[in-house]
Design a binder for this molecule. Structure first.
Ligand SMILES: Cc1cc2nc3c(=O)[nH]c(=O)nc-3n(C[C@H](O)[C@H](O)[C@H](O)COP(=O)(O)O)c2cc1C
Length: 177
């Protein structure tokens, strides 16, 4: 499987990025390929204000992926603007029947509201979002020199279940609706 992880925090060394790195470490390689894009590092203009090499690069990455995992911080009980802007540059052309899994991190209590909203957006681009999702909060992490590391074992296990679910689903026959 060719897996793409998109993490959508506005800040460097984020919890959301740390979860993406944990997922990378959980994916069996080399039988599966995994790439992680921290969206804040791409040059993505506000949608409607032009295109860049990175907008085209992101389209190609999503198009070529067998599955995409999308992570976001909780901003005002929703997902981040950086992520929404990146998604606005994408469309059904890249996501039609694409396998997708979601996770989010909240500063306060664990909260699935940002993912409920993201699920609606993914339905709008005809993605196939799996039911298993993971919600973390800042308390689940330990600070490191460069960012954070997920220390909650139950959540690491749940991430593993989510990734396994994606892999199993990517091996089953794809239907077109
Ligand atoms: C604009 C903004 C809005 C936020 N709103 C919420 C919120 O509604 N609930 C919450 O638990 N945390 C909220 N937070 C806190 C973030 O979820 C918290 O900083 C978290 O660590 C972000 O994850 P990150 O390190 O991956 O960016 C907000 C942060 C920002 C910057």
């Amino acid at each position: 499987m060719n897996l793409l992880i998109l993490s959508g925090s506005a800040f460097p060394g984020s919890h959301t990025r740390s979860v993406a790195e944990t997922i990378e470490s959980l994916v069996g390689q080399p039988e599966h390929e995994v790439a992680h894009i921290d969206l804040r590092e791409l040059n993505m203009p506000i949608f409607g204000q032009g295109k860049t090499d990175d907008t085209e690069y992101l389209k190609r990455l999503v198009e070529d992926a067998d599955a995409v995992i999308i992570g976001t911080p909780n901003y005002h009980t929703s997902f981040s603007g950086i992520l929404k802007n990146a998604l606005d540059h994408l469309s059904i052309d890249e996501f039609e029947m694409k396998l997708v899994a979601l996770y989010c991190n909240s500063g306060g209590m664990r909260n699935s509201d940002p993912l409920t909203q993201l699920r609606m957006v993914m339905r709008g681009v005809h993605a196939m979002v799996i039911p298993t999702q993971v919600c973390t909060c800042n308390e689940d992490f330990e600070k490191t020199e460069t960012g954070y590391t997920l220390k909650n074992e139950a959540l690491r296990e749940r991430l593993s279940v989510m990734v396994d679910g994606l892999i199993k689903q990517s091996n089953s026959e794809r239907v077109s609706i």
